[in-house]
Design a protein. Structure first.
Length: 549
């Protein structure tokens, strides 16, 4: 297919652009295969380059011969284009609708993007499973990397290499895969250096109404327990939901078959409930005419903060089992690709200081989201403005990033990266020039040949000149476990995402710049103090000039 076939009117002059907190711009609107571009001849005017894949929904309005298109974006931005001529407006609108809803992944912009920067470090090779496993090998010999899934035949949503107990062979893994939803047998998610306890993740067991058992599954998860130790199974579904799953062939681990494991149910919502929650939240944030009481009421009714609290609470529970009780943990919901990953990844933020660094957090996103099979292509197909009722769309990753922001806000000195980095990941998960978040799992990315045909987001982020923007000036390495609060006053609305297009950030930006200036000035003063102290020490111990006669 040629993109030109979808572009009815490639160029219109005299278009007026309205954007929040920016001056009105009149210029020429151009449509390309992947971008909506508006440029002006005015001096010092920034051009608008908007990816079609970032467009969630458009509205059309007409007053006489003037047409207006309201473009609602997946990053929650809303822009207005006033277009002279009804026919031109209709053509532009229909072209945008066609170009923003392309079905084929291979037609998306990352396959056409050519970087203007030199790729010094290839992000596709930075966080490979074998590299991540090297550190674990130095700590224990009880785990191994298995290639049982090298052809993706055992589990289509797992990577080719997975970490499993050394005492369990590949034949056993194949049998366990038939007992777990989607073939997602228990694999290592995290190894706690402090006490050797582990966190695993999996899909639900397929016990069904007959209470089916799998001795190989029992052997696998028991192989992670130390002698005399118990483990915890954290099921991210309410008990009634887990029981209902039995009628559909799913279920949960029976206590009689897993006597060394205690099962805990922590309800975390999924799918359309999360999508509806995001829609209500964004509607509340965009309504400028309401009173404060009404705004707070609509905010509460969205239940977004409730979802945040559920995830943080469950992650804290998993971390507590591992760090304070010295017990291993298995986390799963139904498929093991959504709420499971929210819990395992946030628990690692709490437990592991490495995950709070720039590279460590990138590695976490790779391990626990991209390689672990979170279906980004499905979940991020639409955002808060779409009228789509598709069951597969949900802001699962955005919710996780919100939870990370909550912890970062409570522990502002313990994270090497800042809020801007979390916002960046949110934006690129929904629309990007990079191929990192394309596809739903490792098998799809391999089939699409993303490492050969697209550029990794990490290749761009980790360039020194870019990384500097995402570093936290308050960062001081903290090797301790951090325990976030879930009290109502401790969990706030993430204004940096949900209100950034509704209120000016000028004051916040100025305050941030002033803080950075103060920190740098303090470092300079401290450096001078240290230099003076060294000079004083040299005078006292050197030629005796300060000795009393």
């Amino acid at each position: 297919m040629e993109f030109a076939e979808l572009i009815k009117t490639p160029r219109v002059d005299g278009v007026v652009l309205h954007r929040p907190f920016m001056p009105t711009v009149e210029g020429t609107l151009c449509l390309t295969g992947h971008h909506l571009i508006l440029s002006s001849r005015q001096d010092n005017t920034e051009e608008l380059w908007l990816l079609h894949s970032n467009i969630d929904y458009i509205e059309k309005r007409f007053v006489g011969s003037l047409g207006t298109i309201i473009v609602k974006c997946k990053d929650l931005r809303i822009i207005q284009l006033d277009i002279p001529g009804m026919e031109e407006c209709l053509n532009i609108a229909s072209s945008i609708e066609a170009l923003s809803t392309l079905d084929s992944v291979s037609l998306m912009y990352p396959f056409f993007y050519r970087p203007m920067f030199e790729v010094v470090e290839d992000g596709w090779n930075m966080f490979l499973p074998e590299e991540a496993f090297k550190e674990i090998e130095t700590l224990t010999d009880e785990w191994r990397l298995s290639s049982v899934n090298k052809d993706f035949g055992v589990c289509p949503t797992y990577p080719q290499l997975v970490a499993v107990p050394k005492a369990v062979d590949d034949d056993t893994l194949r049998k366990v895969a038939t007992f777990r939803h989607g073939g997602r047998f228990p694999v290592l998610s995290y190894y706690h250096k402090k006490n050797g306890m582990v966190m695993m993740r999996a899909g639900q067991p397929l016990t069904g109404t007959n209470g089916r058992r799998c001795k190989e599954d029992e052997k696998l998860i028991n192989a992670t327990l130390r002698p005399g130790k118990r483990g915890y199974i954290i099921d991210t579904r309410a008990i009634n939901v887990a029981q209902q799953a039995k009628a559909r062939g799913g279920g949960f681990e029976q206590e009689a078959s897993y006597p060394q494991w205690r099962r805990i149910h922590k309800a975390i919502e999924r799918y359309n409930i999360l999508q509806e929650s995001l829609i209500k939240l964004v509607e509340a944030c965009n309504d400028q005419s309401q009173s404060m009481d009404r705004w707070l009421s609509k905010l509460e009714a969205s239940n977004w903060q409730t979802h945040v609290k559920e995830i943080v609470t469950t992650a804290c529970l998993a971390a507590q089992c591992i760090d304070r009780e010295g017990a291993s943990v298995l986390v799963h919901g139904t498929e093991g690709t959504d709420s499971t990953l929210q819990v395992t990844s946030l628990a690692q933020i709490i437990l592991d200081p490495c995950c709070r660094t720039m590279r460590g957090f990138q590695s976490l996103v790779e391990r626990e989201w991209l390689q672990a099979g979170h279906p980004f292509q499905q979940r991020c197909a639409q955002s808060a403005y779409s009228n789509s009722k598709a069951r597969l769309e949900a802001p699962v990753f955005l919710l996780f990033l919100d939870c990370v922001w909550q912890v970062l806000r409570q522990f502002p000195c313990s994270f090497q990266f800042n809020e801007h980095f979390l916002v960046l990941l949110f934006e690129h998960a929904y629309a990007s020039q990079f191929g990192t978040f394309l596809g739903n799992n490792a098998a799809e990315r391999l089939k699409l040949k993303l490492p050969q045909k697209t550029v990794s987001l990490w290749s761009w982020v980790n360039r020194p000149q870019e990384m500097e923007r995402f570093l936290n000036p308050l960062y001081e390495p903290n090797n301790l476990v951090i325990w976030p609060s879930v009290a109502p006053q401790s969990l706030l609305l993430w204004e940096g995402v949900f209100l950034r297009w509704n209120r000016s950030s000028k004051c916040l930006d100025e305050a941030y710049d002033e803080m950075v200036h103060i920190i740098e000035y303090n470092k300079e003063l401290q450096s001078k103090v240290n230099a003076l102290r060294r000079q004083l020490a040299q005078l006292e111990t050197g030629d005796g000039l300060l000795e009393t006669p």
